[in-house]
Write a protein of this length. Sequence first.
Length: 340
Amino acid sequence: HVGGNTWAGGTGGRDTAGLGGKGGPYRLDAGHDVFQLSDEEKDSVPDSVKRAAREMGLKAFKERMREIEMSGHDAALYQQYLSKVRSQIAALKETLTALQNRGSERSWIRHQTTGDLDDSKLVDSISGEKNVFVRRGEEEREVGAPGSEAKQMRVVVDVSGSMYRFNSIDARMERSMESVLMVLEAFKGFEGKVQLEITGHSGDDSRVEFVSKSSVPANENERLLVLKKMLAHSQFCWSGDTTLEATERAVRELARQEGDQHYLVVLSDANFSRYGIDAGDYGDVLMSEPRVNAFVIFIGSLGDQATRLKDRLPAGKAYVCMDTKELPNILKQIFASSLE
């Protein structure tokens, strides 16, 4: 239905959960074509109504989070997501393996049968010992060895209201969830070598924690819970955008962490203009810390807004990904550029 304030799931109405209306407590997509009210009409809602709607939304969100935590594992749903990105997971694993191998360094390798004589083994050489030479080469260091530090990787995902609102138009929320699942699956086996964090940003908060270094999902159910929490946050959060603040915060936090390389990948729906985010300011943030290789991937776009934003940001720092299949190649480019 369009308009009215009686049933949830409508569009362009008021006071009830739906899409495109005003004064409702949270978003609810019932599969209808969306009738969008103007910003002026939305702004006309009294503050008292907004506060009441916000309280109702927070209550519904907390209840939804309880349901998620208590729900059993839905193997069929997990396989539905996994089947869409299975080949991309394999491709990303290859990229991570290459990244790990690039972490080796050239050093003097001892106990060789050819090369330069090791001064510390002169006596051994006189007695006929063969392994008394050193040579320059690449020696892979074990994680935890002196001078060896894990790579730091943070993915900051967009879980703002517009991700839920416009998912029916360009599947941006589904693409974000598939991307996170791809990362979680691909990073299995690299624990300790790459320390992974996944946080979110929305109108509510610039740092919503989904995966921390100490709580990387260990099984299918835990990984599925991450996806469900992302979707729930986007559905129930308040309007607004903290992309700039979230990126600034992530860059600062990463720069303070010990590691031989630091990567930040921000997923955004490119909705900058609506909230007055200047592309120049955002580009400055991406370039603000030399230790942090920071990038943004636009996974949603109304018209050509993502392409226009990409063109205004520093070269090589922004990508447009409207198909999850493209993500492994984009991440490969990101890692390669930071190792040059």
